[in-house]
Design a protein around this ligand. Structure first.
Ligand code: BGC
Length: 771
């Protein structure tokens, strides 16, 4: 009798559990079966858009993590919690203050993506994002909406600062390291914006028309590398259309390429603002609409009921969502502290900036300075130093070190009267400036800005040259989400800036003193017309809250620069073939939806095909101001005779790098491959791998090893829809930059190898540029 009671008891206890299982990682199918259609739709639609109230993102829509960009919806009866999603690439973006508490919630402003890529150091990037991911975890966020990996197709894209490079191998490997670091904290990432979101102008509607070859070799390759190597928890589809379809509704992109070809197993979410065709997006493999609303839930329910969306497709997405939920800290009920170690992370940010800053010019060893010099510091941006860009990539950091502080911290004396002059102007501007509410994306409106530079009278410059040892001029750009940059006064220096460089160089050189330019910019600027006027150029990009300290350390020689360019600096903007069809002269219209009344930007033909960045400049034999992969050091390196050994599916290469100079330093080596002649037309050479030495003392050597597979050597033959590695002799080039190859060797591939892919992006009517 007793036994029967126990058995009955167990049966009745199990019954409700069976009807209404509480989610665990082992009962996903059971939970899926128990869900109603409405519940399934609810899980695939995010919480409502967070409102911005008095310049602060309202916590209402996003619960306790105020300022998080969005969330997923809870389903209490299955124990499914709300999970939180927040931006975004240079650190976590949440509100720094909250009503009802004096506690603050600042995050670390790390270097922007472009600076991280300039390090050419995957270990460094992983270290940075391990710290970043810790802030995600400790502030109660489940997914960081980063990294941004879109290619630098054109230098004017307003969001290039968030992205890494013009090259897919550098971008993809940077993204992989980024994802590994963040996700080592058991929080997620969202690699974005998938795919071809290469301009901000009319980004919601623009149709990027790209050939299958250019897509597979460039615009998808970076995602492919990162997704295969690092398995991000989530992918964010982009706003734009790609070859005629919104990416969030493209089965080719989201299912055939992403899941079938690459084996991706995480979720796909929309970028912020899904489209009306929610059911189409669901069918195509977009699992989550962000942010969401009740209408979208209803659309999914209706579509299943009227047979336009199969429940099997919805179930597939729900299964993906449940697999995502069980990994999250929210699901684990992680007891977050709201107290990450910001001090320790500031140091990580500073060290990373120092390792990645690029030295572009250093005539007659102008740098490093001896130490303790009197510095005349020019440019409003010296005081209003830009740590990062605006928009969702902004970080609400507690402070930003400016260039005056950076120089002083490195032991220099900064000319105070010049500082007073600039400060008075800034105070005046602040007092008179119309107060625009700045939300937590760091801007009053969309887009970035060029900091106006006031003139410094010629007589004053002469006096400053007399009483100082050296001049430092800061050139500043602040790019941002929502607008592309322009050619005059942004890509090109303004007249005021040119005059400043001219006047300061003339006055200082007259008395035998040097001039250093610091480019505190978010994207490429024109350098060729003025670089010969100055003695040194340092490129810290937007280096995060501690970046000015890193610049100070480089000027003082405490750090030997080892960063290299992740893109080409052309002679002129119009040298880029993509300038033929990039909306560089677009003026924002007033017809809503970013549309320009006079200029059609509904589509962008990527007519240059694969000829992006150095691939084009080398093939066209066009001179550049600074080549891809270029960066100077305070020491010199030699490369030994390399080795290349065939493996079962490719080769392993080594090269020994020796520090042949007088100070310790690090060297990034870029491995390029030139394909055998015959077959498809290919770039002169393409980056296939890269590696960086540790700190080498003078005379010290290190062996660097590179692994390349035959698949990585292949090009995409769109006529037969497959990857092909041509047979023959490949030249393996070990570059200090794309234009400087100190060592090379060969690799022989006996017979052609091919790899088939899904039928996707076939029949795109675009003719690529040919050579
Ligand atoms: C951006 C995304 C960002 C999202 C959430 C969008 O405007 O394009 O990159 O993650 O907002 O803030």
């Amino acid at each position: 009798m007793k036994k029967l009671m126990i058995a009955l008891g167990a049966f009745f206890c199990a019954l409700p559990l069976f009807a209404q299982p509480i989610l665990t990682k082992d009962n996903i199918e059971q939970v899926l079966k128990a869900m109603t259609l409405e519940e399934k739709a609810t899980l695939c639609v995010g919480g409502a858009r967070a409102a911005v109230v008095n310049g602060v993102t309202s916590g209402q829509a996003v619960g306790p993590v105020q300022g998080a960009a969005g969330n997923t919806r809870p389903l209490a009866r299955f124990g499914i919690p709300t999970t939180y999603l927040a931006d975004g690439p240079a650190g976590l973006r949440i509100n720094p203050t909250r009503q009802g508490t004096t506690e603050t919630f600042y995050c670390t402003g790390f270097p922007i993506g472009t600076l991280l890529a300039s390090s050419w150091d995957v270990d460094l990037v992983e270290k940075v994002t391990t710290a970043m991911g810790n802030e995600v975890l400790e502030y109660g966020v489940d997914v960081l909406l980063a990294p941004g990996v879109n290619l630098h197709r054109n230098p004017l894209n307003g969001r290039n600062f968030e992205y890494f490079s013009e090259d897919p191998v550098l971008s993809g490997n940077m993204a992989a390291a980024y994802i590994k670091g963040v996700q080592s904290n058991n929080v997620g990432t969202s690699i974005k914006h998938y795919a071809a979101n290469n301009q901000e102008t009319n980004r919601n509607e623009d149709d990027a028309i790209i050939s299958a070859r250019a897509l597979r070799e460039l615009y998808l390759k970076n995602f492919e590398i990162a997704i295969k190597k690092a398995k991000p928890w989530t992918v964010m589809s982009s706003y734009n259309k790609l070859d005629g379809k919104y990416t969030q509704q493209s089965e080719d992109l989201l299912t055939k390429v992403l899941r079938n070809d690459w084996g991706y197993e995480g979720i796909v979410m929309t970028d912020w603002g899904s489209k009306a065709a929610t059911a189409d997006a669901t069918a195509a493999g977009n699992d989550l609409m962000e942010p969401g609303n009740e209408t979208e839930i209803q659309r999914i329910v209706d579509a299943v009921k009227n047979g336009t969306l199969s429940e099997a497709d919805l179930d597939r997405n729900v299964r993906n969502m449940l697999n995502y939920i069980v990994k999250t800290p929210a699901f684990r009920k992680y007891n977050y502290s709201n107290k990450p170690d910001l001090k320790a992370h500031a140091k990580v940010a500073r060290d990373a900036a120092a390792e990645a800053i690029v030295l572009l010019r250093n005539e007659q060893n102008t740098l490093p300075l001896k130490g303790g010099e009197n510095v005349a510091l020019y440019g409003i941006g010296a005081l209003e130093f830009v740590a990062g860009g605006t928009g969702s990539g902004n970080v609400n950091k507690a402070y930003v070190v400016n260039m005056k502080e950076g120089l002083e911290n490195a032991g220099f004396r900064v000319d105070q009267s010049l500082i007073n002059y600039y400060q008075a102007y800034i105070n005046f501007q602040n007092a008179t400036r119309q107060l625009t509410a700045t939300n937590n994306r760091g801007f009053g409106g969309f887009g970035g800005s060029v900091l106006a530079n006031i003139e410094v009278p010629a007589a004053a410059v002469t006096a400053e040259a007399g009483r100082n040892d050296v001049a430092v001029i800061v050139i500043t750009r602040n790019a941002g989400e929502g607008a592309d940059r322009k050619v005059p006064d942004d890509f090109n220096l303004s007249q005021n800036e040119q005059e400043l460089i001219n006047n300061v160089s003339t006055a200082f050189h007259k008395v035998g003193k040097k001039v250093i330019v610091v480019l505190n910019v978010g994207g490429v600027v024109e350098t060729n017309s003025w670089k010969y006027l100055v003695d040194a150029i340092i490129l810290p990009w937007s280096p995060g809250q501690e970046g000015a300290n890193a610049v100070g350390d480089i000027i003082a020689g405490k750090v030997n620069p080892s960063g290299k360019l992740p893109m080409t600096f052309p002679m002129s903007y119009f040298d880029h073939p993509s300038s033929m069809n990039f909306p560089y002269d677009y003026v924002r219209g007033n017809q809503g939806n970013n549309r320009n009344p006079v200029k059609d930007v509904d589509y962008t033909n990527y007519e240059e095909g694969i000829w992006v960045g150095y691939r084009y400049f080398e093939k066209a034999d066009r001179a550049v101001s600074y080549p891809f992969g270029f960066g100077l050091s305070y020491t010199t390196f030699s490369y030994s005779k390399p080795t290349v050994k065939a493996t079962a599916d490719g080769f392993i290469a080594t090269v020994t790098v020796t520090n042949t100079g007088k100070v310790a330093g690090k060297e990034a080596v870029e491995l390029y491959v030139s394909a055998p002649a015959g077959g498809m037309v290919k770039p002169e050479k393409e980056l296939k791998a890269f590696a960086k030495t540790g700190m080498l003392q003078p005379g010290q050597s290190q062996v660097l090893t590179f692994t390349v597979s035959n698949y990585e050597l292949a090009s995409f033959n769109q006529d037969v829809n497959r990857w092909e590695a041509a047979p023959g002799t490949y030249t393996v080039k070990f570059g200090a930059s794309s234009a400087n190859i100190p060592a090379s060797a060969t690799y022989k591939l006996g017979k052609q190898q091919t790899w088939n892919v899904s039928d996707a992006f076939l029949n795109v009517a675009i003719k690529d540029m040919t050579f």
